[in-house]
Design a protein around this ligand. Structure first.
Ligand code: SAM
Length: 278
């Protein structure tokens, strides 16, 4: 056992935490697995950890047992708070729980750098938070790494490389400013209740500065337009961007007859610079 607290099945029974679909609840009950996810976040000693959606506390316990300096956990379902209070009591001064919606709470006010984010979240909230965490006003962001559970298909879109079907906006947005890799695959049976799809944990480490220079808004616009019509040649897909788009594509080393999914990050950044300068 990783701690002296009761097994998660007992915690769920004691506090009557039957999973609710409306909260996107699929719990991890194997503490060896949650400790593995915590270890995938790297060395936690000396870091504050932000955990969104602790639920009955399986991953929270993994993070604390693996040595996180402090964990700030934000949970929307008030039913989970008594179970989390027991974890708090077992790790005095190291766990703070906030009841609320992670999309609305100002977590930063309660955290001290260095900060890592580790979460097993419902799929829709996870993608929205990922986009927020990857697109702050200023770079570098407040966090050093993100270790997040996603539906497997979304995890593959985050780490995808040019030439693959999964390659697109999400891959470019993340990989422009961070290194991303899948560190763990989980079958549906790893969760209670099991979801319909497989999951994967993605570990994202931020770079100090974006990999190639570009204006964030211009890059986002170019990439969005290119992939909105991913089957079209870029000279057609990007026609609305600039009257001389063919010249700009050529100047950026991109054949105007190529398609979005063949183009790497470096070329998209070159195109974003050319569009901005034009
Ligand atoms: N971390 C736990 C585990 O691994 O067993 C629970 C994972 S469950 C997939 C997602 C958790 O996120 C649930 O406890 C749910 O109540 C919580 N949640 C859902 N939406 C949330 C939101 N907007 N803000 C905070 N927590 C949320």
């Amino acid at each position: 056992m990783i701690d002296d607290l009761p097994p998660l099945r007992d915690v769920i029974r004691t506090h009557d935490l039957r999973a609710k679909k409306s909260f996107g609840q699929n719990f991890l009950l194997d503490l060896n697995l949650t400790a593995r996810i915590a270890r995938a976040a790297g060395d936690l000693a000396g870091s504050d950890v932000l955990e969104v959606g602790p639920g009955p506390g399986g991953l929270t316990r993994g993070l604390l047992a693996e040595g996180a300096r402090r964990v700030l956990a934000i949970e929307k379902d008030a039913r989970c708070l008594p179970a989390l209070a027991e974890v708090e009591a077992a790790y005095p001064g190291r766990l703070q729980v906030i009841e609320g919606d992670a999309l609305a709470v100002d977590a930063l006010a309660h955290l001290t750098p260095p900060i890592k984010i580790v979460s097993n979240l419902p799929y829709n909230v996870g993608t929205e938070l990922l986009i927020r965490w990857m697109t702050p006003q200023e770079w570098p962001p407040f966090w050093d790494s993100l270790t997040l559970m996603f539906q497997r298909e979304v995890a593959e879109r985050i780490v995808a490389k040019p030439g693959s079907k999964a390659y697109g906006r999400l891959a470019l947005m993340v990989q422009w400013r961070a290194d991303a890799k899948i560190v763990l695959h989980l079958p549906p049976e790893a969760f209670t209740p099991p979801p319909k799809v497989s999951s994967a944990v993605v570990h994202i480490t931020r770079l100090d500065a974006p990999r190639y220079p570009a204006d964030a808004k211009t890059l986002e616009r170019v990439v969005a337009m290119a992939f909105n019509q991913r089957r079209k040649m870029l000279r057609a897909a990007l026609k609305g961007l600039h009257p001389q788009i063919e010249d700009l594509l050529n100047a950026s080393g991109i054949p105007p007859t190529s398609r979005a999914e063949e183009i790497g990050l470096e070329q998209f950044c070159a195109l974003a610079r050319a569009v901005k300068d034009a």
